[in-house]
Structures are given as C-alpha cells and as structure tokens.
Write a protein that binds this ligand. Structure first.
Ligand SMILES: Nc1ncnc2c1ncn2[C@@H]1O[C@H](COP(=O)(O)OP(=O)(O)OP(=O)(O)O)[C@@H](O)[C@H]1O
Length: 605
C-alpha cells in the first residue's frame, strides 16, 4: 500500500466515531487491570492531551504563538487547588471554576496580545508566563510561595472525593478520560465549523479574513479565551492528580514543553497532538534515564522534527485536517446545488466616493477622487501603475481611513468603518494577489465567504447541533451553485495550494460571491489568466451584473474591458482624469497621453 493510501486509511480510522468510542471504552474498562503507576502515567497523558489542545487551538488554528501557557495551566491548578483545600469547594465545582478563571485570564491577555504579532507576541506571552510565575513565588499567603502548596485533595494522596464519593487513582483516570474525550469531540466539531474556519482564516491573513466579514480582534479574543479555558482545565486536573503545587511546575519549561508537544504532533491536527502528548509523557516517565535529560531530548526531538517532519507526526501519518463537517456535507444533497440562494439575495446598492483624498506621509495617493458605482452596472477603474487604483479599493473597503472625503453605500455613510464592517455592509472585494487560505480546499474557501451568513452560536457549532449542521448544509448548497457558476466543481475538493493561479483567482471571486455582496470590487481579477479563463471570468462578471450588483472592476486589458464595462473612470497620479464610456476614453487626449500611449492611437486607427 502506498504511503498516501496508508495515510488515507489511517485518517479515516482515526476520524471514525466507532474507533474513538471503542478506544475510550477499552481504556475505561481496561484500566482496572493496569498497575497504579501505569494508570497515573496515563492520567498525565490525558492532561497533556488537553493542555496540547489549548496550544493547538491558539497556535495551530489561530496562529498566535504562546510562550507563557504554563501561566494558564498554573491559574487552573492553583484556583482549583486553593478552592478545594482552603475553602472546601467540591472538585466538581472547583475544576470548572478554575477553567473559567483561566478563560477570563486568556480573554484579558487577548487585548494586548491581539495587537501585536510575531516576535512581539512571543515576548508578550513570555512576559505573561513570567509574571504569573513571580506572583506564585511571592504571594506566600495564598500560594505558599517557594515552599509550595501541599495537601490539595488528590487521587495520588487518596484524599480526593467528588460529590461526596471517594475517588481513587483508577476512578480519577476514568473521569479525566471522559473529560478528555469530550474536549476532543468539541475541538473536532469546532474545527469543522464556522469558528474553526474563521480561526484559521485570521491565522493566514487578517486582511483577507476582514474582507469577508471575519473580525480579527474578536476572533483572537475567542481563541485566547477558549485556549485559556482548556489550559486551566488541564491545570486543575493536574492539581488533583499530584496533590502538591510548587511554582517550578508552572515555569517556562512547562510552556516550552507543551509547545514542543504541539509542534511535534503537528499543529492543527487533533489526532497528532494526542499521539505526541502520549509519546512525550509516556517516554520520560517510563525511561528514567531519558527523564533526567528531558529538555535536552526535547531540543533534539524538536530540531529533528522541524527538519525531517515539518508537519509533525500528523503530517507523516495522517492526511491534513479538514474544516467542513462530513455530516453537513452529506446533508447538502437534500438542498442540491441551490442557485436561488444567489438570486434570492440579488440586487445591489450604489456606492459613492466623494472627494476622497489619501495621503501617505508626503505622498498624495488619491487626490479628491469622486466616482459612483451604480447597481447593475460595471464601472472600470483604470490608469497607469501607481495611479492609486488599489489604494481606492483599500480606502473603500476599510483598510485605510481616508485623509479627507466621504464614502457612502446605499445612502449610508461608511467612511472609516473597519474592513469587516464594510463586508457586513455587503461591500466585498478581491485582491490583486488572490488571498485564499492555501491549506483549505476550494469548497472550504468558498464556504468561508459565507461566514457572515452563518448565524448559529459557538455552542451549537461545538455540539454539532442539527440546527448548526442544517445551516452549514444550506450554505454548502449555495457553494455548489457558485462552484458551477465559476466552473470550479471539478476542483472543489482540491487544496488551493495545489491549484494553478487562474483557478485560485476564480476561487477568490467565488468566495466573494458567497458573501452575497451588493457591491463587489474586483482588483485586477484577469491578471495572469489564460484566454479561456478570461472568457469564463467575463461571463461570471456578466452574471453578477445580471444579479444587480454594483461592480467596480480594475484591469489593464482593454479588450477584456471593452466587451464588459458600462462606465470608465481613469486615474492618473491619484486624480480622476476621465469619466465616461470606453470609446470616449480611447479617444481622450489626456488619457492617451497619461495611460494608453501610441498603442491606443494605432489600435483605434
Ligand atoms: N501603504 C502605503 N504606504 C505608502 N505608500 C503607498 C501605500 N499604498 C500605496 N502607496 C503608494 O500610493 C501610490 C498608489 O499606489 P496603488 O497601489 O494604489 O496604485 P495602483 O494604481 O493600484 O498601481 P498598480 O496598477 O501597479 O497596482 C503609489 O505611489 C504607491 O507607492
């Protein structure tokens, strides 16, 4: 069997509910025959699995690196430990309370951390972890300081009871196993929902995500909150396993350890994290020699993994994770490809740009530009390189706030609204370089376009409630219609990174259409397309016009534009130098001098 087929078979096995249930049931029953030490190590494995999922969510999905996750783990551990020991709170309550507190800490951290990226984000999260560590060390009265906090009710000390019932090591393992299974199911459901797709979209490009109505700020807040909750849950479960909390358990090495587990497992893959957490917990515990040099071993494994297995264990053994729930996909058949979804919402609004000026320092990129894009009409925006065309699209779509002027859509002032709010106002754009999620399939990318139309709650998504699946299936039916319209049905399940440029461009147009825009701004959609692809694109643009959308089309191919457009606006050095129809433009001396040159004169002659 080839490696690919083996990976496919393994992935199907791991994803199969029956396999998952059988594994959980076997462990639930089988643990009774294992030694106390093995059961304890297995409980550590489960806690590491939950902890790794918290990094998987924040770093693997949302792309936010964290070097301070031991802080959340510690908040969970101390909160539950202190509540249970010092205040006699039942562990059934103290553990959820600890996860909640860590979630609040995650939410709070998201405000400063959400504003920075890359090395600054790494430093900020490192700082968070260090602050937590210092607080624990210094706050003697509450945490016991460097002397630690002993006597937490725990399975190991045989002092643990939950809801009044004594809990031994085996029972505690069984409880933690059920909690872990629940976490994994919820994580999988979330990943394959609008939430998982949005998290991954901001990971790849916040600008592209904003253009289809996904707010980067709020999405990051959600990622930090959920990740904090998972890390806090893992920490609380750890506290009631070991019975003693000392600051060293929550220092930098633990943050590094969980990051290594996640990276080696394969960021983004739930199953990969499980395998990696098992490997990393089991081996050092089993092989005492190895345990002594744990961090040297981690360093070697990480270096080896990054060189040989850049996608981690998951990349070696499993197919990449998918972001649509198969059950939702199956339900699509009920609706069939649904072109009416597009037509039902058809119609456009008029977009008015009034005396917009955009300065970058001393450079005036747009100088009192005014234009109007009417519904059911195609307006071309042309001009030489650097004349300000993309800047105008960026200003309209909320990437830049204009230095002066006003933008109105359907009579409403939208000047200075953020990019995702512009998308919510149903002005959608495409980019000069297609900005799709390269790891997603074409279908997943298109469904991402419908993000703002999926209204079900995060809880419904996490529990994969029928209402959530039904809504996804409806939008998937619309995706089918757009796939047919854009001639992408044959490549619907191909990963975008494997597709040629022209196909990606068309997929981006399709994604924009899924957002049900009333105005669409296409920034050089024909660049790099073959003749046949350009013909197809022209037909799609005509279809959009027939739907009544207001269309602004930037392009340099005069023949392509001549057959399509109703109005033309020409920019030169940030100023409008022509407004009218395309034949008038071709004769205009100012346009010929600034843009078309001799070529146009010959062509016209
Ligand atoms: N973020 C920015 N910061 C500084 N200058 C910018 C920025 N964005 C655009 N510019 C400048 O504004 C001017 C207009 O650029 P813009 O990209 O809008 O032109 P364009 O007409 O779209 O060109 P092209 O056809 O090559 O895409 C250029 O001089 C460019 O260097």
């Amino acid at each position: 069997m080839s490696g690919r087929r083996l990976r496919g078979a393994l992935s199907r096995l791991v994803a199969h509910p029956a396999f998952f249930l059988a594994l959980v049931a076997t462990l639930l029953v089988g643990c009774r025959w294992l030694s106390g030490g093995t059961v304890q190590i297995l409980t550590f494995v489960l806690i590491a699995v939950i902890f790794a999922q918290s990094i998987n969510l924040l770093t693997g999905l949302a792309g936010q690196i964290s070097l301070g996750h031991a802080g959340f783990f510690g908040i969970g551990a101390y909160c539950s430990g202190i509540l249970a020991k010092a205040h006699g709170v039942d562990v059934a309550l103290s553990v959820p309370a600890a996860a909640l507190l860590a979630a609040v800490a995650g939410w709070l951290l998201s405000f400063p951390a959400g504003r920075v990226r890359d090395v600054y984000l790494a430093m900020m999260t490192l700082g968070f972890g260090m602050i937590f560590y210092e607080i624990v060390r210094e706050w003697n009265d509450v945490t016991g300081g460097t002397m630690g906090f002993p006597g937490v009710p725990s399975a190991a000390l045989r002092t643990l009871s939950i809801l009044g019932l004594p809990v031994d090591g085996v029972t505690y393992f069984q409880i933690v196993l059920l909690v872990t299974a629940l976490v994994l199911v919820l994580m999988r459901n979330l990943t394959q929902s609008r939430i998982g797709r949005a998290l991954f979209a901001i990971h790849v490009s916040e600008v592209a995500a904003g253009s289809i109505g996904i707010p980067a700020g709020a999405t990051k807040q959600l990622a930090y909150t959920l990740s904090g909750a998972l890390a806090g849950l893992a920490g609380a479960l750890y506290a009631h396993l070991v019975g003693y909390l000392g600051p060293e358990s929550f220092a930098l090495p633990r943050s590094i350890e969980v990051l290594v587990i996640s990276i080696v497992g394969g960021l983004g893959s739930i199953a990969g994290q499980v395998l990696s957490a098992t490997l990393f917990t089991f081996l050092p515990e089993r092989l005492q020699v190895f345990a002594e040099y744990q961090f040297i071993a981690y360093g070697i494994i990480l270096t080896f993994s990054l060189v040989v297995l850049p996608k981690g264990i998951a990349g070696l053994l499993l197919e990449p994770p998918r972001f649509i729930k198969p059950r939702a996909l199956k339900r699509t058949a009920v609706f069939g490809p649904d072109p009416s979804v597009l037509q039902r919402e058809a119609g456009g609004g008029s977009l008015e740009v009034e005396a917009v000026t955009m300065r970058f320092g001393g450079l005036v990129a747009l100088d009192e530009v005014s234009l109007r894009v009417e519904p059911g009409r195609i307006t071309a925006l042309v001009g030489p390189n650097g004349s300000g065309k993309s800047t105008l699209v960026n200003v309209v779509c909320g990437l830049y706030r204009p230095s002066a002027g006003r933008i109105a859509f359907e009579g409403r002032d939208v000047t200075g609204l953020s990019d995702h709010r512009i998308a919510l106002a149903r002005i959608v754009r495409t980019f000069q370089d297609p900005r799709l999620v390269p790891h997603f399939t074409v279908r997943e990318n298109l469904l991402l376009g419908a993000h703002r139309l999926l209204r079900h709650s995060g809880v419904a998504a996490a529990l994969a409630l029928p209402s959530a699946l039904e809504e996804e299936a409806r939008q998937l039916a619309a995706v089918e219609a757009v796939l047919a319209l854009t001639d992408l049905t044959a490549v619907a399940d191909r990963t975008v990174s494997t597709l040629p440029y022209g196909t990606r461009r068309m997929a981006e147009v399709g994604r924009a259409l899924l957002a049900q825009p009333r105005a669409i701004l296409l920034d050089e959609p024909a660049a790099g397309l073959s003749e046949a692809e350009m013909e197809r694109l022209a037909q799609v643009i005509r279809d959009m016009k027939a739907m009544g959308l207001a269309i602004l089309l930037i392009d340099h191919h005069m023949d392509f534009l001549a057959e399509l457009v109703d109005d033309v606006v020409v920019l030169d050095s940030g100023r409008v130098i022509y407004r009218g129809d395309i034949s008038g433009m071709r004769r205009d001396p100012g346009v010929i001098a600034a843009y078309l040159g001799d070529e146009a004169v010959h062509a016209h002659a």
